[in-house]
Write a protein that binds this ligand. Structure first.
Ligand code: C2E
Ligand code: MG
Ligand code: MG
Ligand code: MG
Length: 279
């Protein structure tokens, strides 16, 4: 009886499990072909320096144009790419493309590239960054690498050593999604980051919650006293921007100032008068 019960249970779950597994397998297979089929593209979102009223750089955000599904979110496919060992070649592609495209931009504009924690487990990372810089001719000071706190969560000594090696190449290192990890503050002690990116979850509730405003004030003050740039992510409204400016934030990034766009559509100056006045 127990046997038939169990079989009944399996039969109950089977179709759904199957469908999920199949969808995942399909995604993996499509992802494996995507690089060779040239289905990836980088979009770029501006980062604005508040005090200087200028675009200081653009963050490269990976896009996958799936032949049948259309745009697939990086939040969906990056974890899969990490699982199936594809993030190293994909990450290399991102570095190469971002450096090559940024080499055509005005000389004072930087490009920021996101790195996955899995790329840090791969010893070739420093070499990949070096190669992308050399091949593109981009000055290392114009490349910024964004890492999340999960990078520092995994190991420690090797990771920090790798960060120092990257820094020795002359690139900048930013901590992404600051404030969302378990011990954000202690990570600031393990490596002297050039920049802290205040997570969008704090910015979203900036104008409705006093605690979020207090946290943002503390982070900008902390960043300033450590000599780090502070960038607020996910700025969508004038009110949020005004609060961030008053809090002493160095830079802002978000839909209010520009959505991620293909390289060919980028505009490098804040030529829109109203926008300039808003600043
Ligand atoms: P992230 O690095 O924190 O990037 C910021 C995300 O917020 C981007 O989502 C961006 O499009 C979105 N965003 C920007 N401004 C606003 C705003 O005003 N409001 C809202 N609601 N969202 C805004 P996206 O492009 O979907 O990327 C999601 C995440 O995927 C990134 O978070 C990053 O962790 C990862 N990712 C993207 N490209 C790459 C890549 O080339 N390599 C790696 N390893 N990860 C990447
Ligand atoms: Mg980022
Ligand atoms: Mg972020
Ligand atoms: Mg994020």
């Amino acid at each position: 009886r127990a046997k038939s019960d169990r079989r009944g249970t399996y039969r109950f779950f089977e179709p759904e499990m199957d469908a999920q597994l199949q969808a995942r397998r399909l995604l993996e297979a499509d992802l494996r072909k995507a690089l060779a089929n040239d289905e990836f593209e980088l979009y770029y979102q501006p980062q604005i320096n508040i005090r200087r009223h200028e675009i200081s750089g653009f963050e490269a955000l990976l896009r996958w144009r799936h032949p049948e599904r259309g745009m697939v979110s990086p939040a969906e496919f990056i974890p899969v790419a990490e699982d199936i060992g594809l993030i190293a070649p994909l990450g290399d592609w991102v570095l190469e493309r971002a450096c090559a495209e940024a080499a055509n931009w005005p000389k004072d504009i930087k490009v920021a590239v996101n790195l996955s924690p899995v790329q840090f487990r791969n010893r070739a990372l420093v070499e990949s960054v070096d190669k992308a810089l050399t091949r593109s001719g981009l000055s290392p000071s114009r490349l910024e690498l964004e890492i999340t706190e999960s990078v520092l969560l995994q190991d420690n000594e090797t990771t920090v050593a790798t960060l120092h090696q990257l820094r020795e190449l002359g690139v900048c290192v930013a901590m992404d999604d600051f404030g969302t990890g378990y011990s954000s503050l202690s990570y600031l002690r393990s490596f002297p980051f050039d920049k802290i990116k205040i997570d969008q979850s704090f910015v979203r509730e900036l104008t409705s919650r006093a605690d979020c405003l207090a946290i943002v004030h503390s982070i900008t003050r902390l960043g300033a006293s450590l000599g780090m740039i502070t960038t607020a992510e996910g700025v969508e409204t004038e009110e949020q921007y005004q609060q961030l400016r008053a809090a002493g934030c160095t830079e802002v990034q978000g839909y209010y100032f520009g959505r991620p766009q293909p390289a060919r559509d980028l505009v490098f100056s804040l030529f829109v008068e109203e926008r300039r006045e808003a600043l």
